[in-house]
Design a protein around this ligand. Structure first.
Ligand code: ZN
Length: 376
């Protein structure tokens, strides 16, 4: 089967994150079993009750320890939703050297390339264990990979995490964290503000201090990123009930993207310190911080053999990504992880996402060489 045929079959299976991924997992399981891989499902029900499955397929060699994976190829099975008006979203369509379809770029192209690579090599020559890892719910917060890392199905030395990077190896990425902050006040008629306490004025004082925190964060630099420091953003704010009522409550979101080497709760602790300080000045200052999300940053050493190998194979220097990936979960399993795959992240998540055919074919060749290099 050609890589294009495999990609067409993968794209034809609707696997948006809102649905169960059981169908695409069954397809991938059958393909791996036909090659003699030992497969294991890690199923769970998501918050809507839909069955979500992570699949681990191992090609275990007699010489190697089964629990130690030399190389894992990791691809997420889910896609973002598609516009119903995109009538060919599930039908891979070729035009001008490009293959179009939902997931054609993100990340079914990488999965198709992985399957094609393993089908093109003599697996009897493997001396080290090779793993294919297919995850659920990457697009809604890397939920599947995080669960899999918690289940600790194996330890890995190297992992290639499929994402559209135009075949540039990406060895580091910022973390992503989100907190929802609620500041309380006391309502009163606005003609008599002294009878109340404005939650909006209080929130404004806190936000002023958060802006100062953002300035201080610039002093911790990580040169591999643009911008080279942890950034933060207050993206949403709402509060109050009417123009003539002293506001009783004000809520805002605080989002921050951490550089590697900085704990994901570092910013949160700086903000809590400011809250404590405001409470000393105003004993009525009441503020609740709900940490809604903490996705770790990641960094694999520039001199990791996997980074070197992929730089050489792709003829591109390693870089960093600004979007969330499953790499931290693979690092949690012991791996040097590099994010790598065909297609451009800037066309992913759009109507008409595509993968260039030449990149898809080059990815097959690079993955084949990676397997031979690490596992033979
Ligand atoms: Zn993706």
């Amino acid at each position: 089967m050609t890589v294009e045929q495999t990609l067409a079959e993968l794209v034809s299976i609707d696997s948006v994150s809102a649905l169960s991924n059981a169908e695409i997992i069954s397809y991938l399981e059958a393909r791996c079993e036909a090659l003699g891989f030992t497969v294991k499902r890690f199923p769970h029900l998501d918050e809507t009750g839909a069955e979500k499955i992570n699949l681990v397929a191992l090609q275990i060699t007699s010489q190697a320890e089964a629990a130690t994976v030399e190389l894992a190829l990791v691809g997420h099975t889910d896609t973002v939703p598609y516009d119903p008006a995109w009538s060919e979203a599930l039908k891979l369509t070729e035009s001008d050297g490009k293959l179009y379809g939902r997931g054609a770029c993100d990340t079914k192209a990488f999965i198709a390339a992985s399957l094609t690579a393993i089908e093109s090599i003599d697996l009897k020559k493997l001396k080290q264990t090779l793993a294919l890892v297919f995850t659920a719910d990457e697009e809604i917060g890397c939920l599947g990979a995080k669960r899999l890392a918690d289940a600790r199905p194996f330890n890995a030395r190297y992992a290639i995490v499929g994402e559209p990077t135009s075949l540039q190896p990406m060895r580091a990425g910022k973390g992503y964290c989100l907190a929802e902050i609620t500041v309380r006040g006391r309502e009163a008629h606005s003609a008599y503000p002294q009878l109340g306490a404005s939650a909006i004025f209080r929130a404004a004082r806190l936000i002023n201090r958060i802006e100062e925190v953002a300035k201080d964060l610039k002093s911790h630099a990580h040169a591999s990123f643009d911008p080279p420091f942890t950034t933060l953003n207050v993206g949403l704010i709402e509060g109050g009930t009417a123009k003539n009522i002293v506001a009783g409550e004000c809520r805002f979101t605080l989002e921050w993207r951490t550089i590697p080497g900085q704990e994901s709760d570092y910013v949160l602790n700086l903000v809590k310190r400011e809250v404590d300080d405001l409470q000393k000045l105003d004993p009525d200052f009441v503020c609740r911080i709900h940490a809604a999300r903490t996705d770790e940053s990641f960094e694999t050493r520039a001199d990791s053999p996997l980074v070197h190998f992929l730089e050489e194979s792709s003829n591109k220097p390693s870089g960093t990504v600004a979007f969330g990936t499953e790499a931290p979960s693979m690092i949690a399993l012991g791996a040097d992880a590099v994010v790598f795959g065909p297609g451009d992240i800037r066309v992913a998540h759009r109507t008409g996402e595509f993968v260039p055919i030449d990149e898809l074919n080059r990815c097959v060749a690079i993955l084949r060489r990676s397997i031979e290099h690490h596992c033979f």
